[in-house]
Design a protein around this ligand. Structure first.
Ligand code: DX5
Ligand code: ZN
Length: 219
């Protein structure tokens, strides 16, 4: 994989013409499609569910990076696989038995990710890091697109990179929230190897070009 992985978030896409945006992503330098699933309980917002994911899967030529902001994700792991998830990321704060959840995701044949809210220290992942394919660091409070990047995330990326060197050198360190031209380069230099971007991509005049800028870190 050619880093950084770029995963545009469909939360900011045009849902009246979603097919057009997916086709744009197919033709672009985007590596994955990021899908934000919100239940109105874990986060104060509701997004979309299985029917939309299945429709995206039919058109997308790239892996689906599904970010669950829901309580009790274990109940739905098989359904997310069926809908087309390739990477399935759950929140540390939403799982009582995280090890069991991660094994269940992998036994369905998906790559397993764990996400941390801005207030959760990366150290809590020490004993599970070796089992993970991906850690998603939230650089805003989850629930909404278009929020301001939280600066403390750099410190967490650096700490996680150090932990990964010891426990899981292949770990994908993904950052989600407020990623734009002003921080992408520094995020990658600090150790992020996957960037999620919603409003920066879909709010720009030329999303294809914005994705290319992120991929090549040329602004
Ligand atoms: C927020 C979501 C993000 C969101 C990012 O809860 O997890 O994926 O779409 O949007 P931007 O890039 O606009 O901050
Ligand atoms: Zn997300």
């Amino acid at each position: 994989m050619n880093y950084p992985i770029i995963s545009p978030s469909l939360l900011s896409a045009d849902f009246n013409h979603l097919g057009n945006d997916i086709e744009m992503l197919n033709q672009s330098e985007a590596d994955w499609l990021h899908l934000d699933i919100m239940d109105g309980v874990f986060v104060p917002n509701i997004s979309f569910g299985f029917p939309i994911i299945s429709h995206v899967k039919k058109l997308a030529k790239k892996p689906l990076d599904v970010h669950l902001m829901i309580v009790e994700p274990d109940r739905y792991i098989a359904q997310f696989k069926k809908a087309g998830a390739d990477y399935l990321t759950v929140h540390y704060e939403a799982c009582k038995h995280l090890h069991r959840t991660v094994q269940a995701i992998k036994s369905e044949g998906m790559k397993a990710g764990v996400s941390l809210n801005p207030h959760t220290p990366v150290a809590v992942l020490e004993d599970i890091l070796g089992d993970l394919d991906l850690v998603l660091l939230m650089s805003v409070n989850p629930g909404f697109g278009g929020q301001k990047y939280i600066e403390n995330t750099y410190k967490k990326i650096a700490q996680l990179k150090e932990m990964a060197a010891q426990y899981n050198p292949d770990l994908i360190i993904e950052v989600d929230g407020g990623v734009d031209a002003g921080n992408a380069q520094k995020l990658v230099e600090t150790g992020a190897n996957a960037l999620v971007a919603g409003s920066f991509v879909f709010g720009s005049d030329n999303p294809t070009e914005t994705i290319s800028k992120l991929k090549n870190l040329r602004f």
